[in-house]
Design a binder for this molecule. Structure first.
Ligand SMILES: NC(=O)c1ccc[n+]([C@@H]2O[C@H](COP(=O)([O-])OP(=O)(O)OC[C@H]3O[C@@H](n4cnc5c(N)ncnc54)[C@H](OP(=O)(O)O)[C@@H]3O)[C@@H](O)[C@H]2O)c1
Length: 441
């Protein structure tokens, strides 16, 4: 391919990320040209509403509301799907990949739900599906796992993959605000997705964990087969108790591989994590991912997990890889496409059952403040073979109390069953809340 060639990019979607890609290609046009040896030119922009006012004015002849104008256009070298959703995005991604095209995306929900099919189509047609921006925004975690850490088998990958929930937890901790107060601020700053469950119930971060699990271990895991719990049940009392015990509470994605048992555990939940862990210090809207490989040891990447510029940085990184593919460098016989070809190896990899998780736990029980209630709670836990590591009690003004406990090594089954027995006690006023205590060692 000639050094002076222009690479033509069609954008499907011109919202936050699409405009970020346009803006940052313009800002660094000459640097990108020097580095890539080609000129990146956006030739077509597809939106839903042609009348919408946008920060960036697109010449009318480039603007359309018809994705086929990009997807079926032989003049377009790279299709950039930044429209989101899993219906039209699926249809047009499929159609582009079937034609052997290169598709760059930031759409984690689509990959999580349909990645297996889409990577298989790309493998069969000679197309490529690149998705750096789909996990942890500006952190190049996909490239790190696929290329930088290729020498490794991954025992443990864990981290913070949702900036909005991390922002809420950070403000609750620093300012002693309630979840509702902080959520109000997060909403007014535009941090919360229109579908709030994506951020608050952990679904967005779980999508990203599933993508990382596939990339690292070649196994597609279904969202409904993993633990996926959000941050709505965390209170200021939980955060204060965690702090006094040397922990922070973070919404963690955990991808844990047991090579001996050939099992994989993928989960997403709030967890107590020791303040001494680097990931515990990742605050506000930042994301952080800790990768433990058998060759490299542990490496931690921290950066902005979302936002216009950080996400555009990752999309443009994929555009650069797409240029390399167009220039004939086949270094991007990408790991996920190799995974497709290597499915037999991973078919026998079992997903650890949710019940089998073991570890230490934190438990908060809201009780009537009456004599003997603490011993009733501890007797009931003892019946489930749960032994206690710490006990804190807080009297509330309304004549009730909170008992906040941490346990020694226990397991999911025992904790679930203890919570259910506690709930049926007259002195227990609401369903007990538990969080796992995460220990990466
Ligand atoms: N925002 C972030 O920080 C971030 C970070 C990482 C990943 N992502 C992912 O990036 C993708 C885009 O996110 P975003 O925040 O840029 O979304 P957005 O601001 O809502 O923009 C979506 C764009 O797609 C267009 N669109 C939607 N449906 C369409 C259709 N059927 N046909 C044509 N155009 C259509 C919209 O057109 P109109 O403008 O006319 O409505 C809009 O321009 C999503 O998959 C998201 O999960 C976002």
């Amino acid at each position: 391919m000639s050094e002076n060639r222009t690479i033509r990019i069609g954008l499907l979607g011109f919202g936050v990320v699409g405009q970020g890609v346009w803006k940052n290609i313009e800002v660094n046009r000459s640097t990108l040209k020097k580095r890539l040896g080609v000129d990146l030119t956006i030739t077509d922009v597809v939106v839903k509403n042609l009348e919408r006012e946008r920060a960036i004015q697109v010449p009318p002849e480039m603007l359309s509301s018809d994705p086929a104008r990009v997807v079926d256009n032989s003049e377009v070298d790279i299709v950039c799907e930044l429209m989101g959703g899993t219906t039209e995005a699926l249809h047009f991604t499929r159609r582009a990949l079937e034609q052997g095209k290169i598709v760059v995306t930031a759409n984690k929900a689509l990959i999580c739900e349909h990645g297996e099919e889409l990577f298989n189509i790309a493998q069969a047609s000679g197309g490529h599906y690149l998705y750096e921006a789909s996990v942890a925004g500006g952190i190049p975690i996909i490239k790190m796992i696929r290329e930088g850490f290729i020498a490794n088998r991954f025992r443990l990958i864990f981290g913070i993959l949702n900036g909005t929930s991390n922002y809420i937890l950070t403000r609750m901790e620093r300012e002693g605000l309630s979840f509702e107060e902080t959520l109000g601020d997060a909403r007014s700053l535009g941090y919360v997705e229109a579908d709030e469950a994506l951020d608050l119930d952990g679904i967005d971060a779980a999508h990203k964990a599933i993508i990382l699990a596939y990339l690292a271990h070649g196994k597609w895991v279904k969202l409904d087969s993993i633990i996926c719990e959000g941050i709505r049940s965390i209170t200021g009392d939980d955060i204060t108790t965690a702090g006094a015990l040397g922990y922070k509470i973070k919404l963690l994605a955990v991808i844990d591989r047991d090579f001996e048992a050939n099992e994989l555990s993928v989960r997403l939940h709030p967890a107590f994590i020791s303040k001494s862990e680097v990931i515990a210090g990742v605050d506000e809207v930042y994301n952080g991912v800790s990768v433990s490989g058998d060759v490299v040891g542990t490496a931690v990447l921290i950066g902005k997990g979302a936002g216009q510029d950080a996400t555009a940085s990752s999309v443009i990184s994929d555009l650069a890889d797409a240029v390399a593919i167009l220039q004939g460098a086949n270094k991007l016989n990408t790991q996920e496409q190799k995974n497709c070809a290597d499915q037999k190896r991973t078919e026998c990899l079992e997903l650890t059952s949710i019940d089998a998780h073991s570890g230490c736990y934190y438990l908060r029980v809201h009780v009537k403040d009456e004599e003997g209630v603490l011993s009733k709670v501890s007797d009931l836990l003892a019946k489930q073979h749960i032994s206690l590591a710490t006990v804190n009690q807080k009297q509330l003004k309304d004549g009730t109390a909170l008992i906040m406990l941490t346990t020694r090594l226990s397991n999911e089954r025992a904790i679930t069953s203890a919570k259910s027995s506690l709930s049926s006690q007259g002195a227990v006023l609401s369903e007990p809340v538990s969080f796992r205590i995460f220990d990466p060692s």
